[in-house]
Design a protein around this ligand. Sequence first.
Ligand SMILES: [Zn+2]
Length: 141
Amino acid sequence: MTQRPPSPATTAAMRKCRSGNATELSFRAALAGALGPRVRFEAADLPGTPDAVCDDARVCLFLHGCFWHGCPVHYRPPRRNAAYWRDKVERNRARDQEVVRELGARGWTVLVVWEHELRGKGVGRVVAWVRSVLAGNPHRG
Ligand SMILES: [Zn+2]
């Protein structure tokens, strides 16, 4: 299969969307407010670099962009360079599954939040869900 690099305009748009948007930042702020020092962000020491981690409960969370991770509800392949993007997103999805499997094998509970779940009043809902998961996962160290 021939792959063509994306057009500069597309790349710029995707990069912009990838680097922490306002919703993502407000979600982080809400998590930090709810969990305080229990939560840390961008845990590069774990597979896949989870977006948020509570080490004491062995719970980690990924926030998946609807485009990059191929959201089943919102993903639409761009018309330009469709093969390039389909392949890229498929690789992301395969990697996501591998990361979840690997973290699970290490005893981590993995939460996956889609970008679209944060829309509207979604941030509050998702933070409440994370708290309930944490409440059900007391540290048994
Ligand atoms: Zn979505």
